[in-house]
Design a protein around this ligand. Structure first.
Ligand code: NAI
Length: 357
């Protein structure tokens, strides 16, 4: 079957990104109203897989850089989670004017077809299960589709939240903190943050939360054991653990000196603005759980859907996240390096061992 690619202009190039080559596909509808990038970071372990982000960017180069960083993170995440997938990511630049959602995702689907299965898409910030169904009308290279019986599938966010929650429980235990007495600060109350808060409240923890979107905060304002603060202060809250569940680069030269918690573990991708930030956290004696280890639950769900596995297999793979995280922390301690360094070294080892020489 011929896969549709008409009505979209493509530019494919190989570019150097932080020491390794990436393949970048830039796509733009012929009308010029829909544009974005798909970045394939690594194919060593399988098809490049990662979510499709639909959000506003200040510039084209900001969008490209976001996709490149996210794609590299996906290579690490998929490798460490023992998934037969490479790393990739896509961004669609959200038009500022009124737009036709069906058209946006049809254009994106044609870009998937152009890559012919080297990149597989699923949900990310700004996209939903309904958007994945929109894509499926034009392209087969999409997952995160509605569930079919006991088979894995559907919106990956609840599994991401579960992996973050289990990681937080393991980190509290490691630090001898009873979850029922723990105070957790959660930044971002979207699909993952909201679900995580529900799990933490069930365990008896006390929460302080913040979100830029008033509607997201509303349901928490009157909830017992929850305080709401403004977004400029959430990272400064004196809590046992800070869980970034909004957008990336929230841990940086400005915020790290102000952090009020001694442990950081959350869902957001690319929490560190740059590699030096891992050292700044370590210098402040703050235990930073690498985001791509903690937030792998969603991509595990997507991978199991791709592999035709069941919910039980998703459960088993997500339940392995906390032990993997604690193992990395112990190894980092023994080697006097940061958990992020250990995680990246291990992921790189897995990737390079399978790269063609
Ligand atoms: P979402 O878009 O549903 O939620 C993000 C929330 O953060 C929104 O409510 C937004 O208003 C809020 N926000 C944005 N900027 C903020 C700020 N400066 N301070 C406080 N709140 C702010 O996204 P979702 O799906 O919940 O993802 C959250 C993070 O987790 C993202 O970084 C995403 O890439 C990452 N992630 C998500 C996965 C998933 O399965 N959904 C999988 C792995 C990572």
């Amino acid at each position: 079957m011929e896969l549709a690619t008409t009505g979209v202009d493509f530019r494919l190039e190989k570019v150097e990104f932080e020491g390794r080559k990436q393949t970048v596909l830039e796509f733009k509808s012929v009308e010029g109203d829909v544009a974005g990038f798909i970045v394939v970071d690594s194919l060593a372990l399988g098809p490049a897989t990662g979510g499709c982000r639909f959000t506003s960017y200040a510039s084209r180069s900001d969008a490209l850089r976001d996709a490149q960083r996210l794609a590299r993170g996906m290579s690490f995440k998929n490798a460490l989670a023992e998934l037969p997938l490479g790393g990739g990511k896509s961004v669609i630049i959200r038009p500022s004017d009124n737009f036709d959602r069906d058209h946006v995702f049809e254009v994106f689907a044609k870009a998937l077809n152009y890559l012919n299965g080297t990149y597989l898409a699923a949900e990310d910030v700004g996209t939903s299960e309904a958007d994945m169904e929109r894509i499926q009308q034009t392209s087969p290279f999409v997952f995160g589709l509605p569930k079919d019986g006991v088979k894995a599938g559907g919106n990956p966010s609840p599994r991401t939240a579960q992996g973050v929650f289990l990681s937080i429980m393991a980190l509290l235990e490691l630090n001898n903190i009873d979850p029922a007495n723990a105070h957790i600060a959660v930044q971002g109350l979207g699909s993952v943050g909201r679900e995580l808060c529900g799990m933490l409240l069930k365990r008896g923890s006390r929460l302080t939360v913040a979100d830029v979107d008033d509607a997201a905060v509303r349901q928490f304002r009157s909830a017992p054991r929850v305080s709401v603060v403004d977004t400029g202060h959430i990272h400064t809250v004196t809590a046992d653990l800070f869980a970034p569940c909004a957008l990336g680069a929230g841990l940086n030269a400005r915020t790290i000196p102000e952090l009020g918690a001694k442990i950081v573990a959350g869902a957001a991708n690319n929490q560190l603005e740059g590699p030096d930030d891992a050292f700044s956290l370590a210098k402040r004696n703050i235990l930073y759980a690498p985001d791509f280890v903690v937030n792998a639950g969603g991509i595990i769900n997507v991978a199991c859907e791709y592999l035709g596995e069941t919910e039980d297999q998703v459960e088993r793979r997500v339940s392995a996240i906390p032990a993997r995280l604690i193992g990395l922390i112990h190894e980092a301690h023994a080697k006097h390096i940061t958990p992020s360094q250990v995680a990246e070294l291990k992921a790189n080892e897995k990737i390079t061992a399978r790269e063609p020489s």
